[in-house]
Design a protein around this ligand. Structure first.
Ligand code: GDP
Ligand code: MG
Length: 238
């Protein structure tokens, strides 16, 4: 498993991201070994209130768990840096929502340029599992990749530490509803969060590769793109 490090930035108003320039591109940097590629991927983490979205992000990015995360209003994002392989660094920009889950649909700004999603439910609360399809539909209706391909989404059955019995397998549910895979996670016990993120990144990279083969060489794309030059591309989130 690759090494990682992380930072967090926050935007604590529901329209806070409006005035920020989001750095959503790939940078190729010269290293002593040669060209190293950096991908920046915007990943959405969503699901009903209280399912553990913030806990999962804090665990993954900062290796901490707390019973009490203050519910902030707006959007928080945290950055997880993965050394994917010798030539590739992945910067995962994890977008957490806080407060808006209550109201259901998120604004389009939240979804813009997203290339992957972690959809979370709480294994001890059936209603949060039922809501998963609503979140997935919302995702698919607001953002798609090239050729209308859906953004890859991984399903997280969180708080798996809270149930003693075996959970029903989610494989057929995933296949039928367009999730690329599912994982039984626990932010409390640090179970399978890295694995779930890794799986999602693999799917994102596969999409990037197939996108590149469809494009002209030397071209620059926004959002987790590939560039053969050393230029950075900025995207205004407005
Ligand atoms: N037992 C257990 N509790 C969890 C887990 N993940 C989150 N929680 C708790 O569930 C509550 C809500 O978590 P939070 O991350 O704020 O949920 P969010 O609203 O989806 O961001 C908090 O009290 C957390 O400590 C987990 O994996 N296991
Ligand atoms: Mg939260």
């Amino acid at each position: 498993m690759a090494a990682g490090h992380s930072t967090t930035t926050s935007s604590n108003s529901s329209s806070g991201i409006t005035h920020e320039h989001l750095f959503l591109a790939l940078i190729s940097t010269n290293t002593p070994e040669g060209m190293q590629q950096e991908h920046i991927f915007k990943v959405l983490v969503f699901g009903d209130l209280g399912v553990g979205k913030t806990s999962i992000i804090k665990r993954y990015v900062h290796q901490i768990f707390s019973q009490h995360y203050r519910a902030t209003i707006g959007v928080d994002f945290a950055l997880k840096v993965l050394q994917w392989d010798n030539d590739t660094v992945i910067r995962l920009q994890l977008w957490d929502i806080a407060g808006q889950e209550r109201y259901g649909n998120m604004t389009r700004v939240y979804y813009r340029e997203a290339v992957g999603a972690l959809v979370v439910f709480d294994v001890a609360r059936a209603s949060t599992f039922e809501a998963v399809l609503k979140w997935k539909d919302d995702l698919d209706s607001k953002v798609t990749l090239n050729h209308a391909r859906p953004v890859p989404a991984v399903l997280l059955a969180n708080k798996s530490d809270q149930i003693a019995c075996q959970l029903p397998k989610l494989d057929s549910f995933c296949r039928e509803n367009g999730f690329v895979d599912s994982f039984e996670t626990s932010a409390k016990e640090n179970t399978d969060i890295k694995e779930a993120a890794w799986c999602l990144v693999e799917h994102i990279l596969n999409n990037e590769e197939s996108l590149m083969t469809e494009r002209e060489p030397n071209s620059i794309l926004l959002s987790g793109c590939t560039s053969t030059t050393s230029r950075a591309v900025y995207c205004d989130a407005r």
